[in-house]
Design a binder for this molecule. Structure first.
Ligand code: C2O
Ligand code: CU
Length: 490
């Protein structure tokens, strides 16, 4: 009898320590579920350079038949034949060399969105380099000064070319990032305008209204896939680096019943982490999130892009994005995500030069374009370059009463939004909502040359909402070179 009791106690305590141990496993003690990100795999290019500090690749722009919609082929415009283009991954301080060849039927370039490259590597046709004709080549080479999530895309006929599939992700790693952020998943969200046969609708589909509203595709993609499935384990965190590569669509990121922890964006980590049910990414914006799966094991949830109002008549039904399958394994305890992430010194604006840019839309006031957008009422083809000098700090006031939101993007430099309510961070693209005014501070720390700024709703840029900034060398007083943008090279 006593023996039996002892046995029971022993068995009982073994059992309870086992249960206890399982419940006490933390996120870092277990792996992601097997094959967790298989459906979201990105193409990894071959690194031709044995030096660990140099990423050297060949990249060809070409049309490739891709099964975007099930059972149908679409003649996608690609980098290297994949959708999205290959993931360029390197560490901060590395050099990137890209031997680029254009095998598309029209000219193109590559713009390295957000990377602080030398001016002649910025990929703006007629401004920083000639457009690369069909059959032409160009060698891009630059150092990666900043960690973070970036992307590349053309700067020629970009509303059309991006809409046809021309985009690829870039991750610049910071080896000092804490391990608790979880395993990394890079997600490129985009959309395409396809008919029932999988063929592209014309890039100017919808005419002036399409320009005015900004064209959102019929088909939403994550890493080139319709409704892929991502596997997660309850409590096991994942770090999602998300790039919105859509030509016009705003993408709210969130999953029902979950809080997203945002740790950074355009230029690596933000000053602090913050949590919310959803975070909206504008076209070209990036978000760096820690996702903590909270659904019950053995269930699958639908992740949707919630509806977002970006101005008059743009609000749509939510769109399905992907499935989140919570595998049937015991839950683990999530790691604590630190609040303080990085010291972001505010830019000293005490001697700043002020500029004002109003984002404007004119309707039916011009014989050729009945929708004409611009800054301060001037479309890019008539605009004078803004002037700055290396060493100067500027404060730009961006105002918008145009009826639509516009994601403002500046090439070449990061800026800080002057708003104490926001988590401090460096940005290159920011939403300027309709009816609002934003002040941004920029320090022109180097790299003189002609840089672009524009709305990253690419249809808006095309109809005029784009301008140039001449950053002269320190103390520059000479005349600004006339590098007006050739028509159509947007
Ligand atoms: Cu993604 Cu001119 O930029
Ligand atoms: Cu716009």
């Amino acid at each position: 009898m006593l023996n039996k009791l002892i046995t029971l106690i022993v068995i009982g305590s073994i059992y309870s320590t086992q249960v206890f141990a399982q419940q006490n496993l933390s996120a870092l003690d277990v792996e992601q579920p097997e094959g967790w990100d298989d459906e979201l795999a990105l193409t990894i290019p071959e690194d031709l350079n044995p030096d660990p500090d140099i990423l050297e690749i060949e990249l060809e722009a070409r049309v490739a038949d891709i099964e975007v919609m099930e059972g149908l082929t679409t003649p996608v415009w690609t980098y290297g034949g994949s959708l999205p283009g290959p993931l360029l991954r390197a560490k901060v301080g590395d050099t990137v060399i890209v031997h680029f060849r254009n095998s598309l039927p029209e000219p193109t370039t590559i713009h390295w969105h957000g990377l602080r490259v030398p001016n002649d590597m910025d990929g703006v046709p007629g401004v920083t380099q000639p457009p690369i004709p069909p059959g032409g080549e160009f060698r891009y080479e630059f150092v990666l000064p900043d960690s973070g999530t970036y992307w590349y895309h053309p700067h020629v006929n970009s509303a059309a070319q991006v809409g046809w599939g021309m985009y690829g992700p870039i991750v610049v790693e910071d080896p000092s990032d804490p391990e608790v952020f979880g395993d990394e998943l890079v997600m490129v969200i985009s959309d395409m305008s396809l008919n029932d046969l999988g063929e592209f609708l014309p890039p100017d589909n919808g005419g002036d209204f399409g320009d005015l509203f900004g064209r959102e595709g019929t088909t939403v993609l994550v890493n080139g896939k319709i409704m892929p499935t991502l596997k997660v384990r309850k409590g096991k965190q994942q770090r999602w680096r998300i790039i919105n590569a859509s030509r016009s669509r705003y993408t709210p990121i969130g999953l029902r019943g979950h809080m997203m922890t945002r740790i950074g964006g355009d230029n690596g980590l933000a000053g602090r982490s913050e949590s919310a049910a959803r975070f909206v990414l504008t076209p070209a914006e990036r978000g760096d999130f820690v996702f903590t799966p909270a659904n019950d094991p053995g269930t699958t949830a639908l992740m949707r892009l919630g509806s977002v109002n970006r101005g008059f008549g743009t609000e749509r039904r939510p769109e399905d994005l992907m499935y989140i399958e919570t595998v049937d394994l015991p839950e683990v305890t999530p790691e604590e995500i630190p609040t303080e992430l990085r010291t972001i010194e505010p830019i000293d604006i005490s001697n700043a030069i002020e500029k004002e840019l109003e984002m404007t839309i004119a309707l039916g006031e011009n014989g050729t374009n009945s929708v004409e957008m611009g800054f301060n009422g001037i479309p890019y083809w008539n605009m004078q370059a803004l002037v700055a000098r290396v060493g100067e700090t500027h404060v730009w006031t961006l105002s918008n009463n145009s009826g639509f939101n516009h994601p403002f993007h500046l090439h070449g430099y990061f800026f800080q939004v002057l708003d104490d309510e926001r988590v401090p961070e460096w940005k290159d693209t920011v939403d300027v909502p309709d009816g609002e005014t934003l002040r941004i501070a920029i320090n022109f720390e180097g790299r003189p040359g002609m840089w672009m700024y524009h709305c990253h709703i690419l249809d808006h840029a095309r109809v005029g909402m784009m301008g140039q900034l001449w950053v002269g060398p320190e103390g520059f007083t000479g005349p600004v070179p006339d590098l007006s943008i050739p028509m159509g090279m947007d």
